[in-house]
Design a protein around this ligand. Structure first.
Ligand SMILES: [Zn+2]
Ligand SMILES: [Zn+2]
Length: 216
């Protein structure tokens, strides 16, 4: 996949993942955001160094990310926790946020804090907050998810000169970084239109919020 397409895919992903405030525990929140930045820096690094071995990930974080400007500054836990890094092959049918793609393979990458736990715990807390949003905030978040899917359809077409067949197809090929959640418990579907290609070929539908075409 062309690098610029991957960068656009990553920016789309980051722009629709606003991190909400954890008023009750700032250290948990700031520690999670620090690790999220490390993860994003690793993704940028891997766009430029596709064949970096997973065994070298820890070394890359401690040296190359900041010097190579994949990260603006070193990140640490504000509560004094120590970060550690582990990796294992990612399951093919599961698309969490902390997957890194290297050498054509997907790896589940954890950045664990000795005080605040695995990065998964941070993402889970974040998701819980989003389920507590107001109905109109949930509708807005859903619409931006649908726009992300539209964007991924277009990027897929630009890269492969063929249309994606499903949302799973977008995920498996890395055009969608992770599964998207409708916080009103809707499910996303693609509805093929009569003509068009890329993002124009499909209407994106949420089973709760309806069609993106109608929402426009
Ligand atoms: Zn921490
Ligand atoms: Zn929805």
């Amino acid at each position: 996949m062309k690098s610029f397409i991957k960068i656009i895919a990553l920016i789309l992903y980051i722009s629709v993942s606003p991190l909400l405030a954890f008023a009750e525990d700032d250290n948990f929140k700031n520690c999670g955001e620090a690790r999220y930045l490390i993860l994003s820096g690793m993704e940028l690094y891997l766009i430029d160094h596709k064949d970096a071995s997973v065994e070298s990930f820890e070394k890359i974080i401690s040296s190359d990310l900041v010097e190579g400007k994949y990260l603006s500054a070193p990140q640490t836990c504000p509560g004094g926790g120590v970060f550690s890094y582990t990796h294992k092959p990612a399951r093919e049918d599961w698309f969490p946020r902390n997957v890194l793609i290297s050498g054509g393979k997907r790896h589940l990458f954890d950045i664990k804090c000795s005080i605040h736990g695995g990065i998964e715990a941070f993402f889970v807390e974040n998701e819980k907050k989003k389920f507590a949003m107001s109905p109109s905030e949930k509708a807005d978040a859903c619409l931006s998810n649908m726009k992300t899917i539209k964007g991924a359809l277009e990027l897929y077409y630009m890269d492969k000169r063929a249309d994606a067949s499903s949302i799973d197809d977008l995920l498996k090929n890395g055009f969608l970084k992770c599964s998207l959640t409708c916080y009103s418990n809707g499910a996303y579907e693609l509805k093929k239109l009569d003509s068009g290609s890329g993002s124009a070929l499909y209407d994106v539908i949420c089973t709760v919020h309806g069609s993106i075409e109608k929402a426009k």
